[in-house]
Write a protein that binds this ligand. Structure first.
Ligand code: AVJ
Length: 302
């Protein structure tokens, strides 16, 4: 049984059914996410881009290469590459199609060496190819918010353990804002986010022989105030049973039972330096967008 099938079975066997959010990003999922970034309700990516334009000229000049976790199509990265003119740019992403778009988008700005891998595997691969000069690692778009806090700290430490003195991370965090605004961002009127979420079931059908009827599930976004996170769920509209051939597995749903597919944690700008220090980084600079509260942070490997 492949890893996808294993993780699907394990997640759907939990009392609160869940699926790992990384599986949202196959080629179709990545294209749907690109559409999300231009939704009027989803101000996050525009805030990220505004900040990158603003901060790029202020970045230290001592990085000879840039690497990026989850580069996607690389659109946002242009101002950073233009300002730093790094020798090499290593976009790390699980989607082959996204890496191809990224290569086209940023052609000419750097020697582009795409790495198709998950974050930490990609970093190991990058370390085998890099030289001794300092690297700037980009982790944009508040993707860090997809981790719950124990996993976030584990991830930041794993990344830190693979960085050399002088390396730094530029990392974006979406900040807490009005609940209505946050909910709209994850439940847009045109239904793009719903399609992005439902594609996870479609992917299970395509790749591991699931028989999910997509119309029998509804997209749902909720704000969990205790955990300070938006949660995306897929709610079963009816009582039903689904089978997944390659996972040798049948799964029963009560009416209104949900599968939890993603968390997007929201932060307070003041807690970010503590998160840095607790995980082996020295916070060096912070930039905040006022229009859509979002914080970009430069952390040095301490
Ligand atoms: C790419 C993980 C930052 O959590 O806001 C957008 C993904 N999910 N709409 C986010 C997402 C639904 C996004 N990240």
């Amino acid at each position: 049984m492949n890893q996808f099938a294993c993780e699907v079975r394990a997640g759907l066997n939990k009392p609160q059914k869940e699926l790992p959010s990384k599986y949202l990003y196959d080629d179709l999922g990545s294209a749907l996410f690109d559409a999300i970034t231009v939704l009027p309700e989803y101000g996050l990516t525009r805030a990220d881009s505004r900040l990158l334009h603003r901060l790029a000229p202020e970045l230290p000049r001592d990085f000879s290469s840039v690497a990026e976790f989850g580069s996607g199509s690389g659109l946002k990265t242009r101002p950073v590459l233009s300002a730093l003119s790094p020798q090499t740019y290593f976009p790390i992403d699980v989607s082959h199609a996204a890496l191809e778009r990224c290569r086209r988008e940023l052609a000419g700005l750097s020697d582009i060496q795409p790495i198709q891998a998950s974050y930490i595997d990609g970093l190991d691969c990058m370390n085998r190819r890099r030289d001794a000069q300092p690297i700037l690692l980009l982790f944009l778009g508040s993707s860090i918010g997809n981790f719950d806090s124990p996993c976030r700290d584990i991830f930041l430490r794993q990344a830190r353990a693979r960085m050399k003195p002088g390396d730094a991370m530029l990392i974006g965090f979406d900040l807490e804002k009005q609940v209505e605004k946050m909910l709209d961002a994850y439940d847009d009127a045109t239904g793009v986010t719903a399609a992005f979420n439902l594609n996870l079931l479609a992917r299970i059908n395509r790749e591991i022989g699931g028989d999910f009827k997509l119309h029998a599930f509804a997209h749902q976004a909720i704000y969990n105030a205790d955990e300070r996170r938006i949660e995306m769920h897929l709610r079963s509209r009816i009582e039903q049973t689904v089978t997944i051939a390659a996972a040798e597995f049948g799964c029963h749903f009560r009416e209104d039972e949900t599968i939890w597919t993603e968390s997007s944690h929201k932060f307070d700008a003041d807690e970010l330096p503590e998160i840095a220090r607790a995980n082996g980084y020295e916070p060096e600079a912070q930039w905040i967008d006022e229009e859509w509260p979002f914080a970009e942070n430069l952390w040095r490997a301490a």
